[in-house]
Design a protein. Structure first.
Length: 263
């Protein structure tokens, strides 16, 4: 039933927003001599804006000490974002940003079953490289049939551009894939592209709306707290469980179009 599992990166594969990007932004502020710092709470608010550079520009709108000229703000944001990405790569290289529980095992399930893997993210390609090279090795790219990042899809989530590009590259219809997401923008992007989506709650999105998702839960590494419930005896969210949720949703959709007793 599933030909491909399409993964978001930040917050889904790893808690990169909390453990990597936030730390890197604050270090970049210091490196460039700016007195700005983002708290955990403030960064959580800024995640409603897709893209790191875009977050910087949005934040500067409310800072009295930010450059008043829009062109100057653009230049500051560009410098900061470049510096931040370099710092982020260094943080990730230390191994201090682990994959979330159950992620590696589910990736291995897909490889064994011949289910193609894809990356669909609005972060930059260097950030994806930095994270996955540490955890999957220098040849990580060969494990994924498609990688769509902000470099390929400039229209960021909730725009469905990245998902549509991935489906086109894989030559799949939306229902033949499933998306793994953690944030409302990612859920909206997958759904707008017609791709069924599974939501693993993350640090910054512990209770965000996920209307229309196949399933919603706290972690791929645990079975408690998921809706719909996980099958009896399961010890983690594996490919078999995802296939069950996928089939259940397909069956429900078919019944809506062809209710029992209707000829």
């Amino acid at each position: 039933m599933i030909d491909s599992l399409l993964w978001d990166v930040d917050g889904t594969l790893a808690e990169t927003e909390r453990d990597g990007h936030l730390q890197a932004f604050n270090q970049a502020f210091a490196a460039l001599g700016l007195p700005w710092r983002w708290s955990d709470a403030r960064y959580g608010e800024l995640l409603s804006v897709a893209g790191g550079r875009e977050r910087l520009l949005h934040d500067m709108q409310s800072r009295p000490d930010a450059p008043p000229d829009p062109r100057e703000r653009e230049a500051v944001a560009t410098r900061l974002h470049r510096c931040k990405n370099e710092i982020y790569a260094g943080i990730v290289a230390t191994g201090k940003v682990p994959l979330r529980a159950g992620v590696r095992e589910l990736l291995e399930d897909c490889t064994r079953a011949g289910v193609r893997l894809g990356i669909v993210t609005t972060t930059s390609r260097p950030n994806v490289d930095a994270l996955l090279e540490v955890h999957l090795g220098k040849g990580w790219r060969s494990q994924f049939a498609v990688v769509v990042s902000a470099d390929e899809a400039p229209s960021k989530k909730p725009d469905p551009q990245a998902y549509r590009m991935a489906l086109e590259a894989l030559r799949l219809q939306p229902h033949q894939a499933a998306a793994m997401e953690d944030a409302p923008a990612g859920v909206a992007a997958a759904r707008a592209a017609g791709v069924p989506v599974i939501v693993t709650r993350s640090h910054y999105f512990p209770a965000s709306p996920a209307e229309g998702a196949l399933a919603v839960g706290p972690s791929l590494g645990q079975t408690a707290g998921w809706s719909p419930a996980v099958r009896a005896g399961a010890r983690r969210i594996d490919l078999g469980q995802i296939a069950l949720w996928h089939a259940l949703a397909a069956s429900s959709a078919a019944q809506r179009y062809h209710p029992p007793g209707l000829q």
